[in-house]
Design a protein around this ligand. Structure first.
Ligand SMILES: [Zn+2]
Length: 92
């Protein structure tokens, strides 16, 4: 089996191990999860939900500050209105 170096998203350490799979209804196979041995955080290489990405959150806040409505922001970034509302609430 090929070994892939997985870098921690948070502390950039390569000291990571596989830590089970994250299963959801729409993806019964699950997404491989990793655990960082250095900072102890769990993470995935790919996030299915766009709203969970820090980049998307930044864009939501940017658009909101520029006067875009919740529906406009949701449509442009292809996330749900709920994601937009929750992100804005958390940023306040
Ligand atoms: Zn880490």
């Amino acid at each position: 089996m090929a070994k892939i170096d997985v870098t921690c998203r948070l502390c950039k350490s390569n000291n990571t191990v596989k830590a089970g799979r994250h299963r959801i209804k729409s993806n019964p196979e699950g997404v491989q999860k990793y655990k960082c041995q250095d900072c102890g955080k769990y993470f995935q290489l790919e996030y299915k939900a766009k709203g969970r990405l820090p980049e998307t959150k930044e864009k939501i806040i940017d658009m909101c500050n520029n006067g875009s409505g919740i529906r406009d922001t949701a449509r442009v970034l292809k996330v749900s209105t709920k994601t937009v509302i929750n992100t804005i609430k958390k940023s306040l």
